[in-house]
Design a protein around this ligand. Sequence first.
Ligand SMILES: NC(=O)c1ccc[n+]([C@@H]2O[C@H](COP(=O)([O-])OP(=O)(O)OC[C@H]3O[C@@H](n4cnc5c(N)ncnc54)[C@H](O)[C@@H]3O)[C@@H](O)[C@H]2O)c1
Length: 442
Amino acid sequence: MSKICVIGTGYVGLVTGVCFADLGNEVHCLDINEKRITELNNGIMPIYEPGLEEIVERNVNAKRIFFTTDYEAALSQAEFAFIAVGTPSGVDGEADLQYVREAAEKIAEVVDHSIIIVNKSTVPVGTGDWAADIIRKKRGNDELEFSVVSNPEFLREGSAINDFMQPDRVVLGSFDHSAAEKVAKLYHSLRAPILITDLRTAEMIKYASNAFLATKISFINEIANICDELGADVREVADGMGLDKRIGRSFLDAGLGWGGSCFPKDVKALAHMAVLHNSQPQLLQAVMDINRNQRRRIVYKLRNVLDGSFSEKKIGVLGLSFKPNTDDMREAPATEIIYLLLNENAAVQAYDPQAMENAAAELPEITLCKDPYDTAKGVDALILATEWNEFKQLDFNRIFKLMRTPILVDGRNQWDSTRLREIGFTYIGIGQGNHNGNGGQS
Ligand SMILES: NC(=O)c1ccc[n+]([C@@H]2O[C@H](COP(=O)([O-])OP(=O)(O)OC[C@H]3O[C@@H](n4cnc5c(N)ncnc54)[C@H](O)[C@@H]3O)[C@@H](O)[C@H]2O)c1
């Protein structure tokens, strides 16, 4: 059993904290957001993540996890301090490190015993050294015995607990090999491959991994757009490519592009790092451009079907979170598409199974509906923006009767176009070109 403090109780920090507690450690989760900590102490989850509430409750009852805003109390006996605070995009696309800096300064201020600082936040290469310098400077002559280990996080929102408990790999980077070995012990019971590198390499592995996944998605979206014009079907193209073990099928689903709290800011930050160090990130730039255009392209396709204008049109949107099984709307494709529609004077109504609270705060201009059928009522087109399971098997005969004009935009290629066309819908998919070069519409 180890004593662990986790700084930041967002998607990464809370999941990390509770999973380490579940593995038998004593974990003190700390956040500067008092509301969040009060809620957690009252059994209310600040985020939606499948299975989270149960695992938190189990570990609270077992007195293995504690929530506090008090740095001193949280760190007083900690052998490990995990940093899991946000690193949002700054004005030029760089990672904003203010929260990491604050966490490092607080550690320097309150810790008076030897400690291993483990960084889980996604940070630019070199941040581990920078954080160590901050701590040394802050302590001055009163030296603190500490090591810094980079432990990038690869969990996916929506399956975060499972991803933590069954990771493909654990990456640990440090100039202090024995500190990295001690962190490795925390993960041993997961029986995952553990890769120990130097600090900067571990930090780069995280950026390179996210940039590669974003590239795969932008690649298949570019292929989808070509398929639309040439009358090929990108879904089968992806299957055919994916059977090649060198390529793999995952992250080859054409759609509305990538979003979320990680890919957009991480690709931007990596490109920014490259430019700062005299490299030309041409591929990363193209990956971002394709992604931006993917949202515009669907709006363009729909505008064409609606005779060139959204004015006086009402559009329904199904799904607002950036992907299914999360309430996270950060950089969600749906949000961007909704703003494009609003800018062209469309009225928008929408529904999401989990993101309605966030949507009410972030999209005050739209009408929020109570379910998919309510969203279809009176609209000129219905867009599937996020592929939640509950949108996969809808009663389309009912939806047909509810809509003002029966146009479906399947932004995630989830629906059966043949059946929908039989019912009488105009169906717009992504890269499903139907051999007459009409861009996947009929
Ligand atoms: N969300 C993901 O799926 C994911 C996956 C892998 C890596 N990451 C990375 O992990 C980091 C955290 O991401 P997240 O999505 O969990 O962020 P988040 O915004 O959900 O949570 C961050 C939390 O840190 C708290 N915080 C900020 N400053 C603090 C401070 N000085 N002391 C204590 N708490 C503080 C905030 O109040 C917030 O609760 C980011 O760098 C992100 O890129 C995220």
